[in-house]
Design a protein around this ligand. Structure first.
Ligand code: SF4
Length: 180
């Protein structure tokens, strides 16, 4: 069964890949216009490309930087930015999966303890119905530490914030709060 795995970054892909490769023929799709600034986007993309190359894993799509498109989606509705971010990335993955003849799709976002897992799961099943394709749901969070350990062992770049410019600010705001 051919599966398209949406990958948000290299470290979050390690554990889902280990699980999914047992049952699926996997390709990776790096569609993350949420990642800013540009140098950070390139760094995360290159980390994933390196992992894919070392594991003989096909990566599809153009992997383009998407600052303007991302901002068009969220400006004016920043309080719901993650909902826009999830639905956009997951829908693009479902569409790519259909376009290129995959039987199923899923996302490495299901690995992260920091994402809204329930919402991601709901989007996955809704998109599966909309596009008549299988959504593979797994709670990859059970492998949280295993994935971290392996990504460190592989000397991957591990990013310190979620991805968008808002989350970059929140990272520094939290540090500021801790100091006081
Ligand atoms: S915090 Fe993360 S999931 Fe939410 S909008 Fe920003 S990049 Fe996307």
């Amino acid at each position: 069964m051919k599966l398209l795995l949406h990958s948000c970054c290299g470290p979050c892909t390690v554990y889902p890949y280990r699980v999914l490769r047992q049952n699926y023929d996997i390709s990776v799709y790096f569609f993350n216009p949420n990642i800013h600034p540009y140098q950070e986007f390139i760094r995360r993309k290159d980390t994933l490309l390196d992992f894919c190359n070392k594991n003989d894993l096909e990566i599809i799509g153009k992997q383009e930087y998407g600052l303007r498109e991302y901002l068009r989606k969220v400006v004016g509705d920043e309080d719901n930015k993650c909902t826009h971010c999830y639905s956009w990335r997951m829908e693009e993955t479902a569409l790519m999966a259909c376009k290129f003849g995959y039987n199923a799709f899923t996302t490495s976002l299901l690995y992260s303890k920091y994402q809204d897992h329930i919402q991601l799961k709901r989007f996955g099943y809704t998109l599966a119905e909309k596009y008549n394709i299988c959504f593979v749901y797994e709670d990859f969070r059970v492998g949280w530490q295993e994935g971290i350990d392996e990504s460190i062992q592989l000397e991957m770049y591990r990013q310190p914030y979620c991805g968008c410019i808002y989350s970059e600010q929140e990272r520094y705001d939290k540090k500021f709060k801790r100091k006081n």
